[in-house]
Design a binder for this molecule. Structure first.
Ligand SMILES: NC(=O)c1ccc[n+]([C@@H]2O[C@H](COP(=O)([O-])OP(=O)(O)OC[C@H]3O[C@@H](n4cnc5c(N)ncnc54)[C@H](O)[C@@H]3O)[C@@H](O)[C@H]2O)c1
Length: 256
């Protein structure tokens, strides 16, 4: 079986479930050494126990990535487990909802706003800041971050903070790609439409059915489909000339 990621030390944020977990599994299948960071210790450990039956090269590091100190501690621990991180996947994200919908601007609390910005945007800066020096020294690196179609178009189930942070991920991706290209580091983002995970289940069957009806491919996406794009963007050769891009996995919901 080909192991195209055998030389990779991968850090995935939010890898205990959903899209992040599918990415962890896909990198393991490709032969990588993988550390995933997640605030949910119970889920994280259970996933680690399950994956360890098949793969020795997987490690869970519990951490809440909302502040720099926690990210730094998690990063140091990750490198002590798998060596220098050459592949960073900024996947963790939150989309707070009340009765299946994001709150309107005048009802979002200051704490909720700050939390979403911390998790969905600031953590990407923190982990990039931590990982880039080593990548620059070795003149190779891959960074893949999760944006969303909500960062490119109005979606009524999401709230302002979610849309704003997912749009900011696009700016961060482009700026980093320009800055880091000369060092052999590519930086790209994925903008999923509605993917079948817990985050989307919270929106409720009715909202999801409406989305499916408006989607040319007439279904929700799968976590495997997002993970496959992540592996492509993280590849050394196949995507070696692809940087600063934001690629939709949305069943054709948004065609720009
Ligand atoms: N599911 C979708 O349809 C969809 C669509 C567009 C974008 N996305 C983005 O894809 C990413 C993954 O989405 P998902 O559907 O798998 O979400 P999910 O809620 O199923 O999983 C997210 C994971 O991130 C972890 N996490 C959240 N906050 C954290 C924190 N502060 N510290 C550490 N870990 C934290 C959670 O514990 C969880 O394991 C997110 O960035 C999300 O915004 C998802």
């Amino acid at each position: 079986m080909p192991m195209p990621f055998a030389d990779r030390s991968v850090l995935v944020t939010g890898g205990a479930r959903g899209i992040g977990l599918a990415m962890v599994r896909a990198f393991l299948e490709g032969g990588a050494h993988v550390v995933y960071v997640d605030r949910d210790e119970t889920l994280g450990r259970a996933a680690e126990d399950a994956m360890r039956k098949e793969y020795a090269r997987v490690h869970f590091v519990p951490a809440d990535i909302a502040d720099f100190e926690s990210c730094e501690a998690a990063f140091v621990r990750a490198e002590s487990l798998v060596g220098s991180i050459n592949t960073l996947v900024n996947n963790a994200g939150i989309s707070p909802k009340t009765h299946g919908r994001g709150l309107p601007v005048d009802e979002i609390s200051i704490d909720e706003w700050r939390r979403v910005v911390d998790v969905n945007l600031n953590s990407l800066f923190y982990f990039s800041k931590l990982a880039v020096p080593g990548m620059k020294r070795r003149r190779f690196g891959r960074i893949v971050s999760m944006s969303s179609v909500a960062g490119k178009a109005y979606l009524d189930v999401c709230a302002l903070h979610y849309a704003a942070t997912k749009a900011a991920v696009i700016g961060l991706t482009r700026q980093l790609a320009g800055e880091l290209g000369p060092f052999g580091i590519t930086v790209n983002a994925i903008a999923p439409g509605r993917i079948d995970t817990e985050m989307v289940a919270v929106a409720g069957a009715e909202a999801n059915a409406l989305y499916v009806a408006q989607t040319p491919l007439k279904r929700l996406g799968t976590t495997r489909e997002v993970a496959a794009l992540c592996l492509y963007l993280a590849s050394r050769e196949e995507a070696g000339f692809v940087t600063g891009q934001v690629i939709d996995v949305a069943g054709g919901w948004l065609m720009t």
